[in-house]
Ligand binder design. Structure first.
Ligand SMILES: [Fe+2]
Ligand SMILES: [Fe+2]
Length: 275
């Protein structure tokens, strides 16, 4: 049973209809090194991360009998595959600017290899569910509160809003599959604690690396960045409440009902639907 997932959800990938500037503007978000590199560091994680999400959901595909959910799995895989492709290009642009993307990706690839080898499929899916909650709450923030991307260059704003829109649309797919094939909440909470640790670690390492390369790793830049993330009204600070909801026993992603927002943003991208 999936009582909370709206049954009108039509999850379909869209093409990103802008090409990324070449070269990329180094500090494309408000000419601010920290904020630009915070988003850049997330981009570095996406291609490998999204492939891992696809694999862990696909593993259980045959066990899902609900045709609606089957259809949503298809949409989920299509959307994540498109995101991966765009972020590979994005990351190539970052390499072109002189950042060592290979070095940042290596520990992520190694960890995913380890997890694929040693974790049960249920645990891998739990990790995916946890990371999808992360992306869902961040996506909601950037769509709901335009200030986060207000001073981005237009192409980058388009890219991040596109990604945020589709993360919102498919936010419950991995969760619904997990509840059908496993449902263990303890495993889910554990996966969230681990995913939180590694996500924050990876993003911090990436941001530090890029700031260092730019000669911008100064206490002042770092302090300002930390305030932007964790200070009053900070990007992460504002997410703490919705983040914590994940640990509740009755949590479901659509309890954060942002359908109206999603439909509004979808209107900006109707021409780009695939199929
Ligand atoms: Fe994605
Ligand atoms: Fe996703």
């Amino acid at each position: 049973m999936r009582p909370l997932t709206p049954d009108t959800l039509d999850i379909r990938p869209r093409r990103l209809d802008v090409s990324l500037p070449d070269p990329l503007q180094r500090w494309w978000l408000g000419n601010d090194p920290f904020r630009s590199h915070f988003f850049n560091s997330m981009s570095v994680l996406f291609p490998d991360g999204e492939q891992f999400f696809i694999d862990s959901v696909r593993h259980f595909r045959d066990q899902v009998s609900d045709p609606e959910l089957q259809q949503q799995i298809r949409g989920f895989i299509g959307q994540e595959a498109h995101h991966s492709r765009e972020h590979i290009e994005f990351n190539q642009r970052l390499s072109d600017l002189g950042y060592d993307i290979g070095k940042l990706e290596r520990p992520v690839k190694r960890r995913i290899r380890y997890v694929n080898k040693h974790f049960t499929p249920q645990r891998r899916l739990a990790a995916t569910v946890a990371m999808e909650h992360f992306t869902a709450i961040m996506a909601d923030a950037v769509l709901r509160e335009p200030q986060w991307l207000a001073d981005a260059t237009p192409e980058m704003r388009r890219l991040w809003r596109w990604h945020a829109l589709e993360e919102t649309e498919h936010k419950s797919v991995a969760f619904d599959v997990y509840m059908q094939v496993c449902g263990d909440r303890r495993l889910l909470r554990r996966a969230m604690r681990q995913s939180t640790f590694f996500f924050l670690r990876d993003v911090t390492i990436g941001t530090l690396h890029m700031l260092r390369r730019d000669g911008q790793l100064t206490p002042a830049v770092w302090w300002r960045g930390m305030r932007w993330l964790w200070g009053r009204d900070g990007f992460f600070r504002r997410l703490l409440g919705v983040y914590r909801d994940f640990y509740r026993d009755d949590f479901h992603p659509w309890q954060h009902d942002n359908r109206a927002l999603m439909e509004e943003v979808a209107g900006e991208y109707t021409a780009t639907l695939v199929r």
